[in-house]
Design a binder for this molecule. Structure first.
Ligand SMILES: [Zn+2]
Length: 273
């Protein structure tokens, strides 16, 4: 029996953890580990027609449905933080520190500082700032510091400035791609309304069979995990042997230098479900 580990993914919006860590989260939860998702903003600008409280409520309900499918422990949304207004403020720094100290994760995952979205960058800054401050007892003294600092890591992205993502650990998610698509399928406001609208396409999930939905979700949002798998092919083979050659979809992670200091090999073991 492996030791139960704890994973905390802190994203900016209530679909970022699902997109970037959903497949690994399903596998980790299935293996008995404890996984929590956090969205630092309430997502209330993620639509072309809806906005404000109704959208934030709708997205909170969608996130809880995705959580149930993933089998994870908790999906927390900071409802007081508006979309497109997230800041690496002192108040948010305190909130992030408290979330980390209360959950006591082994691994904290977040965005990188280079990203197209201002909220992702603010979330990345807040998580990076927490990597050291979590261990400072006099900061937010009402929540005690953890016995050991968590490992901090980044979730995969495509940005290249100032440098491309470096994959330190890759997790094959082929066996849970169907479930991961079902998580995305819960986020109707995003994957069938807002994001297709942004891309100039129209979809009507009410008229689609599950097979059609799955094909659509895989085509538009699954291709990034295929790219990730191909980019990480050598590492997948080193980690999973012959099976690594045939992995179609993977989620990839980069070890941050700002949390607990571990080797790349130790990080790979930590991310392996
Ligand atoms: Zn986002």
């Amino acid at each position: 029996m492996t030791t139960k580990r704890r994973y905390l993914m802190i994203g900016a919006h209530p679909d970022d953890p699902d997109i970037r860590f959903g497949g690994t989260a399903i596998l980790l939860a299935r293996a008995g580990h404890v996984v929590k998702f956090v969205s630092l903003a309430n997502g209330d600008c993620g639509h072309y027609a809806m906005s404000g409280k109704a959208l934030a409520r709708r997205r909170a309900a969608e996130a809880q449905a995705a959580k149930a499918i993933a089998g994870i422990h908790e999906y927390q949304i900071l409802m007081e933080n508006h979309d497109c207004e997230l800041e690496a403020s002192l108040e948010n720094r305190r909130k992030v520190i408290q979330i980390i100290r209360e959950f006591k994760p082994d691994v904290v995952l977040g965005h990188r500082l280079c990203d197209y979205h201002a909220d992702h960058r603010a979330a990345a800054q807040l998580v990076q700032d927490a990597a050291y401050l979590t261990q400072v007892p006099k900061f937010c003294p009402e929540s005690p510091i953890p016995e050991q600092n968590p490992v901090f890591a980044y979730v995969w992205d495509v940005f290249t400035d100032p440098r491309p993502f470096r994959t330190d650990a890759a997790v094959p998610i082929d066996e849970v791609m169907d479930l991961k698509c079902r998580m995305l399928d819960c986020q109707v406001s995003q994957f069938y309304e807002w994001l297709p609208w942004e891309r100039g396409i129209t979809v009507n999930p009410k008229q689609m069979t599950w097979e059609e939905k799955r094909r659509y979700l895989t085509e538009h949002w699954g291709s990034r995990y295929m790219t990730a798998a191909n980019d990480a092919r050598q590492l997948l083979i080193e980690t999973y042997g012959e099976a690594g050659k045939h992995v179609q979809f993977a989620e990839c992670f980069e070890l941050s230098p700002y949390g607990r200091n571990i080797s790349r090999g130790e990080f790979q073991a930590l991310m392996r479900p």
